[in-house]
Structure formats: structure tokens, C-alpha cells
Design a protein around this ligand. Structure first.
Ligand SMILES: [Zn+2]
Length: 241
């Protein structure tokens, strides 16, 4: 099948690749910190997310709604790329109230089986329209952001949480309300003195421990799900701390 993108793809192959895929920004202890992400970093992240999506049953022909915005590409571009690799279709949404119309259109017209990244703002807009349980009644799995946890609590779908933790991404455990990190890539150290994330492999960000603000609590436990041996519990910090 020839598409209008074919000449664009051909042209991109002839453009020399920059050494970095992109620059991300995470919230560090002293404010926002820019950090580099290489092509190999992004490829390995994509493969990790792909395995997760396969455990959720995503396969060719599925429709997956991904709620994210441009500057979240360090964490969400691997999600979009993984959906594409599985030959499923991405229904792109932004974490914003103004997306409610497009979201209602997607959920009405397409058999969306998985939602990833649903936030409180879009979730509340869906709740105020037809009711979030009605809108998402055919969705098998809802992987929401921490601020939308209470909104999705009553849904019949499988539920899980997605959250950036510094430069690393937390994806839901397949058993219960816990999350996993890609521990081939990241060393996660959560202790009373704070939370630190350190790249294990040759990532562009470097191998120094990254101290993160105490906006989440990470509770380690052993996990028997097929997705990893250690899982963590993310607890949003109280706002007045
Ligand atoms: Zn698990």
C-alpha cells in the first residue's frame, strides 16, 4: 500500500541522524533538570513497553488510546512506538479538558481496548459528559496517572498506574496496584533519606545517581507477576509537605 507518508519516510532515511533522540526534563531536587535521551535508550524503552502491552493482550488490529503531550515524549514516545510496533492503532489524546470531544468520538467510533495515561483533567471532563464508566465501558484496561486514581476506581476495567519517576518510567504490575520499573535499565533506591534513580546501562543521561524530590514514596515488595520480581508502591505526597 502506498501512502502519502512514503516519500517522507524515504527522505528521512537520507537525513543524517543526530546523536540524541531528544532532551527530556524531569523535576529534580533543585527544580527542573534537562537530560539527554539516546536512540538506543529509546529503543530499549520501547521494547520494554512492548512486552508490557503484550501482557495486557494488545495485538495487531487493537485500538489503544494514549493520553500524553509533546514534552512527555521521554516517557510516552516509547508507549506510542510500542503500540505501533504491535501494529495496533494509536488514538492520540492530550491530558486536557479540551480533548473531551475527540475522546468521546474515539470511544464511540473505535473499539478501544486499552487506555494509557488518563489524567484527572480529561477524566473529570469525561465524567461530566456521559459519565466515565459509560464512556469507558468497553475498555479492557485503563492505565491512569496518579491524579486520576480515584476517578477510575469504580470502573470494571483492569486498572493500573503509569508515572514518570525522574527519567525512569513506572508501569503497572499485573497483580494489584503496584508498579514496576525496567530494572535492566535503572537502579531504584528508596530509603528514609530519599529516592534516587541511577542508570545501570550506558544511557545518555550517565551513570550518576539522580536524587529525586520526595513527591512519592516507594515501597518495595517481591512480586510474582511475569513482569518483574520487584514491584513498588507509588504514593502521591500530601500537598502541604
Ligand atoms: Zn508485578
Amino acid at each position: 500500500v502506498t501512502t502519502t507518508l512514503d516519500p517522507v519516510r524515504q527522505a528521512t532515511l537520507e537525513v543524517p541522524r543526530q546523536p540524541l533522540r531528544c532532551i527530556g526534563t524531569y523535576s529534580g531536587v533543585r527544580g527542573a533538570v534537562d537530560y539527554p535521551i539516546g536512540w538506543d535508550d529509546a529503543s530499549r524503552d520501547t521494547i520494554w513497553v512492548e512486552t508490557f502491552l503484550q501482557h495486557l493482550g494488545v495485538s495487531a488490529g487493537d485500538f489503544v488510546a494514549v493520553v500524553s503531550t509533546g514534552h512527555e515524549a521521554p516517557w510516552y514516545a516509547p508507549v506510542v512506538d510500542a503500540v505501533n510496533r504491535l501494529r495496533a492503532t494509536v488514538c492520540p489524546l492530550e491530558p486536557a479538558r479540551f480533548e473531551v470531544g475527540r475522546a468521546l468520538m474515539f470511544f464511540k467510533r473505535f473499539p478501544v481496548s486499552v487506555v494509557i495515561g488518563l489524567d484527572a483533567e480529561l477524566g473529570e471532563a469525561l465524567e461530566a459528559s456521559a459519565g466515565i464508566a459509560t464512556v469507558l465501558s468497553r475498555v479492557r484496561s485503563v492505565v491512569s496517572r496518579p491524579d486520576a486514581t480515584s476517578l477510575v476506581q469504580m470502573l470494571q476495567s483492569n486498572k493500573g498506574m503509569i508515572a514518570p519517576v525522574g527519567p525512569a518510567l513506572a508501569l503497572p504490575c499485573l497483580s494489584g496496584s503496584f508498579v514496576h520499573f525496567n530494572e535492566d535499565e535503572w537502579q531504584i533506591d528508596a530509603s528514609a533519606s530519599g529516592l534516587a534513580v541511577c542508570a545501570k546501562r550506558g544511557r545518555a543521561v550517565g551513570a550518576r545517581p539522580i536524587n529525586l524530590p520526595d513527591t512519592i514514596r516507594v515501597v518495595e515488595r517481591r512480586c510474582e507477576c511475569p513482569y518483574g520480581h520487584r514491584s513498588f508502591q507509588l504514593v502521591p505526597a500530601e500537598k502541604d509537605r
